[in-house]
Design a protein. Structure first.
Length: 348
């Protein structure tokens, strides 16, 4: 029903506008008495085989919502009713910022993909923290950390430390985002020396709390193998808890969308089906070099249970959806979890 009726209607409208409209609609619909219970019954899927334990946290299933969908933690309680095992908010910055000028979000239906150049648009970390303090759901929440666009890279560490400190009381894990292609110069922080310094500082801040929470790094799919080797070395040297692989790509190889349409869209990060193979390659490469220890969260082109299993077989421990959620609809989480349950059962 979603793909036959609802999605075509939604896709008539500009993607960013419809994103906010759907948020408002979910807020209204799920505020009715009993609506959240009904949504959990329709979209949830429970099985003890799906449960995962990492870092002392209990994940009821391995399928999470990636950062970028609910940047400002506006819909945590509502999204928790759709079957996700965890939800990642952000990317958040110390101060509110509007992001890049619109239009900045584009659909590529022929490729089942999105291109975005949103640019860390968010209302600032303080507003998100206030919402998280009011939430009622017990779903695990991760906080994705970023820097303001006008903060020089030489001072980026202060921004990340600020967001970390604000989020610490209200999230379950942290993700350092230096891999978005939509903030000028941000990916320069992925270079070995500045990234090592940033992660060491955040780890020291984390340890100083007395109750450190998992600290992960989100990486780009566009890194070369030598750059991935640097990431492996950093993970092992600094001792962070895991990686999220991968963010969006700046590549445009092999797309079905005509070249003139891509030129008209311009710059931005590509997500969705075209990213599936490369994200899986990166996961496999990292797992072979990291060994079984650090957790890898697989992201990129997950639309079906088969896509999810591919990521797990490559070495991922947990999974995240974004573009697949947009194209497949709210029922995709249940379908993937049902397929994973069968997979786990057959491999028990």
């Amino acid at each position: 029903m979603y793909k036959l009726l609802i999605r075509p209607l939604l896709f008539w409208f500009p993607p960013e506008r419809i994103h906010h409209w759907v948020f408002d609609l979910l807020k209204v619909l799920l505020a009715w008495p009993g609506a959240k219970t009904l949504a959990r019954a329709v979209y949830g899927y429970q099985s003890p085989r799906l449960a995962q334990q990492f870092w002392g946290l209990h994940f009821p299933n391995p399928v999470g919502l990636a950062a970028g969908f609910d940047k400002d933690a506006r819909l945590i309680d509502e999204l928790a009713c759709l079957g996700f095992g965890f939800i990642e908010i952000g990317t958040l910055t110390p101060r509110p910022q509007p992001g890049n000028p619109p239009p900045r979000l584009f659909r590529l239906p022929q490729d089942q993909a999105l291109i975005n150049r949103l640019g860390f648009n968010n209302g600032g970390v303080a507003a998100a923290v206030a919402r998280l303090r009011r939430r009622r759901s017990q779903v695990l929440v991760g906080g994705n950390l970023g820097k303001n666009k006008d903060t020089p890279n030489q001072q980026a560490q202060l921004d990340y430390e600020k967001v970390f400190a604000e989020l610490y009381p209200v999230v379950d894990y942290f993700v350092v985002n230096v891999s978005s292609p939509n903030t000028p110069g941000l990916r320069e922080l992925q270079e070995k020396e500045p990234l090592t310094a940033l992660l060491k500082a955040l780890k020291a801040q984390n340890l100083a709390t007395g109750q450190p929470k998992p600290l992960l790094l989100k990486i780009a799919p566009d890194l070369t193998n030598p750059q991935l080797d640097d990431i492996v070395d950093i993970v092992q040297t600094v001792g962070i808890d895991g990686l999220i692989a991968t963010n969006t790509t700046i590549a445009r190889d092999g797309l079905l969308t005509p070249a003139p349409a891509l030129t008209a869209i311009g710059a931005g990060g590509l997500s969705g089906q075209p990213l599936r193979h490369r994200a899986t390659e990166v996961i496999c490469y990292l797992r072979q070099r990291l060994g079984p220890g650090p957790v890898i969260v697989g992201v990129g082109g997950i639309y079906t249970a088969a896509d999810a299993i591919e990521k797990l077989q490559a070495g991922a421990n947990l999974l995240q959806l974004y573009t697949g959620f947009v194209y497949e609809g709210p029922g995709v989480v249940k379908r993937i979890n049902r397929g994973l349950d069968r997979y786990y059962q057959s491999h028990a």
